[in-house]
Write a protein that binds this ligand. Sequence first.
Ligand SMILES: [Zn+2]
Length: 207
Amino acid sequence: MWMLSSLIDFVFPARCIVCNSGPRQLCENCLPQSKTIPIAGFRFPVTAGFELEGGVEKIIAGYKDQQLTSLERPLAQAAALLLAAQDFSSIDAIVTPARNSKNYRKRGFDPARNVAKKALKLVGVRVPVISLGNAKTRLDQRGLGKRQRLQNVMGTMSLRRSGLLRVALFDDVMTTGATVFEMARACEKAGVEVAFCCVLAQRKSNI
Ligand SMILES: [Zn+2]
C-alpha cells in the first residue's frame, strides 16, 4: 500500500487541502489540533473536537465532498482523542446516523461510520459501530433552517439491532443538534440508553 500511494503521489502530486503546498493532501503544518468542547442542551454529555472553521472545515469538506479518503486518518486521530477520554466499560456499541442514501451513493462511503471505526481501532476499544436504519426518507440537512432541520430529521431513524443496553453516539458534524436528538430518540425508543455523544466538529451558526 505504501508503494502504491507513493506512486500515485508521484504521478499526481497532491496539494495540501488547507495551505495548497505539496506533495500531500494534508501537510504536517496543517494537521488539526483538536480540543474538547462540551456542548450543552442534551440529557447526556456531548463533546466536539473542533469548531467547524478554517483548516478543519476544509479537511472535513475534502473528505466528505471530494472523497479525499487520505484525510480520513487525521480525522480519525482527532476522534480517537475524543473517544479515549470516555468510559467505555458499559458501552455495547457506537451508534452513527442513518445514511442519507443520496449522499451515500455519491460518496461510496459513510464518513461518520468510517471515522468512528478507525478511531476505535486507534484507541484499542472493541465495540461494534452500528449505523441506524432509515425509518423514513429525509432531505439533506444542508440549506435547511433550525426548525426545518428538526422537522426533516424527526422520526426518520431507527435502531434495529437488539441486545443493546447502553450505547454512545458519534457523528462528524453537528450544526443545530437535530441529528443527535433524532439518534438519541431512535435509541431510546428501542429501550437503549445513550451514555454520551462525540462529534468531530461543531458548526457555530445562527440558523
Ligand atoms: Zn498545509
